[in-house]
Design a protein around this ligand. Structure first.
Ligand SMILES: Nc1ncnc2c1ncn2[C@@H]1O[C@H](COP(=O)(O)OP(=O)(O)OP(=O)(O)O)[C@@H](O)[C@H]1O
Length: 286
């Protein structure tokens, strides 16, 4: 794998520069602003999301934590431009999001690889689909190294484990050098150990590249392990109930120390309180 400095070097330079002059650096991650966002799928069902206003700083890792059905995926789809909000807007680096773009990419729970293609060919699709086929020869080996899969480049995707397939999907997402990476519960189908490794690696990769990372999760431990900030969502309609900063250093995020446990318990307490309010507000049948 590349170290952090090498990753920054790969991602944050703007074009070639003479070998003896320092290269100009720009932040790799984008600023995200969500302004007055609201959404309904069907008028009769009422709003799914309401009055969402928040900002995410370049390079920040933010988790959207909430119970099933509170609108996390709907919000993520709007951040990705895959759907448009009924009200308000998503603004990335000053541009209103009006559709999908290689600058903000989404990674889903299922890795959706072509099983008959090799790992390298699957990763190359991330460049082909964004009109960057000329970068395949250099960029595919780079991102495979980043996700620690160089040795698997020529294997068929179907020969890989679930965790390895998610790494391929991650490499494919990273190949076009996005500014924002959006993860919709990408580790939930994996066993606990694979999940933990991927959580740590994805955080390290995002930080190394300076990427803005937004992930949807139900899992408090995942949020504490990965996020700089956690937005806890209420349901019916979905809105932000808590905005929590996770101040843990990197070793503490591995989850074996008291500081991790304290952060976990504190977040679990806030999350439970929000969930309890939602439960009380939901229609009850006895
Ligand atoms: N395409 C759609 N058409 C109509 N209703 C939808 C659609 N997609 C989602 N919904 C509804 O919107 C609400 C929020 O769904 P969403 O998938 O965003 O929640 P979520 O928090 O991501 O849930 P989960 O954690 O279970 O994936 C739910 O009530 C869901 O039934």
């Amino acid at each position: 794998m590349f170290d952090e400095a090498e990753m920054r070097d790969m991602s944050q330079t703007t074009g070639p520069a003479p070998a003896d002059t320092p290269r100009r650096r720009v932040p790799a991650g984008a600023h995200v602003a969500v302004r007055g966002l609201g959404h309904s799928y069907r008028r009769a069902d009422g709003p799914v999301l309401e009055a969402m206003d928040f900002e995410i700083q370049p390079g920040e890792v933010v988790a959207l934590l909430g119970r099933s059905g509170c609108g996390k995926s709907t919000l993520l789809h709007m951040l990705s431009g895959l759907s448009q909000p009924a009200l308000g807007e998503v603004v990335i680096n000053g541009n209103t999001v009006q559709g999908p773009s290689p600058r903000w990419v989404m990674m889903f729970q299922a890795p959706s690889l072509y099983p008959w293609m090799t790992v390298a060919q699957n990763v190359a699709l991330g460049l082909r689909f964004t009109g960057r086929s000329g970068q395949i020869a250099t960029r595919v080996p780079e991102v495979l190294d980043l996700v620690d899969l160089s040795a698997f480049a020529d294997r068929n995707a179907q020969e890989l484990s679930g965790g390895q397939q998610q790494r391929v999907a991650l490499a494919r997402s990273l190949a076009p050098r996005p500014e924002v990476l959006l993860l919709d519960e990408p580790f939930s189908a994996l066993d606990a150990f694979t999940r933990r490794n991927l959580q740590q690696d994805v955080r390290q990769i995002a930080r190394g590249l300076g990427l803005t990372l937004v992930l949807v999760t139900h899992d408090v431990a995942e949020a504490v392990r990965m996020a700089d900030r956690v937005l806890v969502l209420r349901a019916n309609p979905g809105r932000i109930a808590e905005d929590v900063t996770i101040e843990l250093d990197e070793p503490a995020r591995q989850g074996t120390c008291e500081a991790f446990q304290r952060a976990h318990d504190r977040l679990m307490g806030l999350y439970s309180r929000v969930a309890d309010i939602d439960t009380a507000a939901a229609p009850q049948t006895i």
